[in-house]
Design a protein around this ligand. Structure first.
Ligand SMILES: C[S@@+](CC[C@H](N)C(=O)[O-])C[C@H]1O[C@@H](n2cnc3c(N)ncnc32)[C@H](O)[C@@H]1O
Length: 208
């Protein structure tokens, strides 16, 4: 089965239940990520893999927010939040983050909350994020990245296959992703249960 098709199906299935499991448990990461970003009112932000829209209420209502996701069922839940919370600054579209339809340099800022390790090709997602983000734009990733601890890293390798079946991988390495995409690390904070995840702020250091 095609990877892209299967990740879409996996998250279409999560749609109804996602908030029950992942709203609270991942909320610290979303809050810290948005705080690190310091989004200004005249800036345009893209949220990649916006899912059920749990971070949408955290952005200033004066900023223009575009959210994309590959799963239409996750986005249906995000649309409900946009309507009930009157988030008139938010536009949502079904789109694959690995092949975005936006022109180069379309956004001042990009966020990806718990997405890069969920996508079939993390490297492609990050290179697309850098393409659509302006030079010197700010990019925030919130994710679990491969542990630096030898034993934990081995454990993560062991459970990776099972985790992929339910929607994410556990062995994604942060440093090569940053290096190969010309991203400059500005700040990182450990977040969520056992500080097992990271909120990472980067600058898009691509050439103008
Ligand atoms: C773990 S959920 C995170 C949702 C949300 N960002 C949050 O904070 O809870 C991962 C999301 O990434 C989306 N996703 C995975 N691969 C994608 C891709 N290639 N393009 C767009 N969205 C993708 C999934 O459909 C899902 O909604």
């Amino acid at each position: 089965m095609d990877n892209q098709y299967s990740i879409e199906k996996i998250y279409d299935r999560w749609g109804k239940f996602y908030d029950i499991f992942f709203k609270k448990v991942f909320s610290e990461g979303r809050n810290v990520g948005v705080e690190l970003l310091q989004l200004k009112s005249d800036e345009k932000l893209l949220e990649v893999g916006v899912g059920t829209g749990l971070s949408l209420p955290l952005y200033p209502k004066s900023s223009e927010i575009i959210g994309i996701d590959i799963s239409s069922k996750m986005l249906e839940k995000a649309e409900e939040k946009v309507r009930s919370l009157h988030l008139e600054n938010v536009d949502l579209t079904v789109m694959n983050a690995q092949e975005m339809e936006f022109p180069d340099n379309s956004f001042d800022c990009v966020t990806a909350c718990y997405v890069v390790s969920a996508a079939p090709d993390p490297q492609k997602v990050v290179s697309e994020i850098c393409r659509v983000c302006k030079p010197n734009g700010r990019i925030v990733f919130i994710n679990h990245f491969k542990s630096q601890n030898f034993f934990l890293a081995k454990f993560e390798e062991l459970i990776n296959g099972a985790c992929k079946k339910i929607g994410w991988e556990t062995t994604l390495d942060l440093d090569p992703l940053l290096k190969s995409n010309n991203l400059t690390l500005i700040a990182q904070e450990r977040v969520n249960l056992f500080n097992y995840w990271k909120a990472v702020l980067c600058i898009n250091s691509k050439e103008k």
